[in-house]
Design a protein around this ligand. Structure first.
Ligand code: S3P
Length: 175
């Protein structure tokens, strides 16, 4: 069985970009759960929120995450998974992440994250103050499940990817 690297962090922290790069560098599979949710439901995340609210989205998200983790647990090669920023707020997902060994938190500056998140695709990133508040509510959850924290401030995608890979192998050496 290959290892499963799970990237967590707030909206706009660069999980997808860094995850793709790490997967590419290591020759591992890459999955983005937001994309899987859109493929599965056939509608965009914005539409899911419009039709069923956040609770409909979280239900779809939980299902997709558990199905994916089951699938990759028997994959022969390694896997990188980028989770949506709110996945940690789903109780069962939070419990599962506590037990996963390679959970990496990307810790980005909140203003940088906010401006990156302004692409019209994130229903919970409309208002700067609400965005900050949501982050403050989640920060403890991110830190509790993370085995590794990578500060991404001012770093390029490849620098972040390099640091993730480096810290992963260090963890293995010392563990
Ligand atoms: C969300 C984060 C988004 C997406 C949805 C809700 C959140 O993913 O799952 O818009 O609650 O933080 P990204 O973190 O990839 O932007």
């Amino acid at each position: 069985m290959g290892p499963t690297l799970i990237l967590i962090g707030f909206m706009g922290s660069g999980k997808t970009a860094a995850g793709k790069r790490v997967a590419n560098d290591l020759g591992w599979e890459f999955y983005d759960t937001d994309l899987l949710i859109e493929q599965e439901t056939g509608i965009s995340i914005v539409e899911i929120f419009e039709r069923g609210g956040e609770s409909a989205f979280r239900k779809a998200e939980e299902l997709v995450i558990f199905r994916l983790l089951d699938k990759v647990s028997s994959a022969p090669a390694g896997t990188v998974i980028s989770l949506g920023g709110g996945a940690v707020s789903i109780e069962r997902v939070y419990g599962r992440l506590l037990r996963e060994s390679l959970v990496v938190l990307l810790d980005e500056d909140i203003d940088t994250a906010f401006s990156r998140a302004q692409n019209g695709k994130r229903p919970l990133a409309d208002d700067r103050e609400a965005f900050r508040l949501l982050y403050a509510q989640r920060e403890d959850l991110y830190r509790a499940v993370a085995k590794i924290v990578v500060r991404t401030r001012g770093k390029s995608v490849s620098q972040v990817a390099e640091e993730i890979v480096g810290r992963m192998s260090k963890g293995k050496e010392s563990g």
